[in-house]
Write a protein that binds this ligand. Structure first.
Ligand code: DC
Length: 205
């Protein structure tokens, strides 16, 4: 059983994926963390982010069992991840590891940008989770402020739009809904409603 969830940054897909994995008793992989782990290692080593040889070597060393969400959640890491994610050799290495993860019994929920289109094109269910940029920026701002961190709505909105632009226009595996994905626009939904709708879709297949 594979559930593929794609969507832009701060769309709510991560929370939804975690809840669905728990509900259906499946493994869960936030594939963004694999790009973030490689990017964080590059930043730590001071390696130039446009060095594809270095980035693909670092990506090959990413251990999926040791992805530390808290340490990888920094904004700079997400930005760097989006930059190295345009590199085909980095994607190839990480996609192979993600596919292996999805082969575990009894199945898995994977969330990211290209799960339904590239990583798991034969997934049992594909969801494309989205929300307007303004709603996503508001959620991200509130989330950061709630953690006592600096959060400027206008800056966050600009950053999200830049990230969307890079993720949707790259040549290799751009962010887009798979033709057979169910669209879930969460602009006017809370997480509970989105979760219920997703469960209905999955139970209905
Ligand atoms: O979901 P996230 O913010 O943690 O992802 C960080 C970056 O990683 C994102 O801007 C693009 C890249 N990414 C990707 O290219 N493909 C995926 N399946 C997941 C993330």
């Amino acid at each position: 059983m594979i559930i593929a969830i794609d969507g832009p940054a701060a769309s709510g897909k991560g929370t939804l994926a975690r809840r669905l994995a728990e509900h259906f008793g499946l493994h869960h992989l936030d594939t963004g963390l694999t790009y973030r782990a490689a990017a964080a290692a590059m930043l730590k080593a001071g390696t130039a982010l446009d060095d594809e040889d270095a980035a693909s070597a670092v990506a090959a060393g990413v251990d999926l069992s040791k992805l530390d969400r808290a340490a990888l959640s920094l904004h700079e890491v997400g930005e760097a991840a989006s930059r190295i994610a345009v590199m085909p050799r980095v994607r190839k290495v990480l996609v192979e590891a993600q596919r292996r993860f999805g082969e575990q019994e009894p199945g898995a929920v994977l969330d990211g940008r290209d799960i339904g289109t590239v990583v798991c094109p034969d997934a049992d269910v594909k969801l494309y989770v989205t929300a307007s940029p303004e709603v996503r920026a508001r959620r991200r701002t509130d989330e950061l402020a709630g953690r006592g961190l600096d959060a400027d709505y206008a800056e966050i909105l600009t950053d999200l739009q830049r990230r969307d632009e890079r993720d949707t226009t790259r040549t290799d595996s751009p962010l887009r809904p798979a033709v057979d994905a169910h669209l879930l626009d969460t602009s006017e939904m809370d997480i509970e409603t989105a979760f219920r709708k997703a469960v209905d879709i999955i139970d209905g297949i």
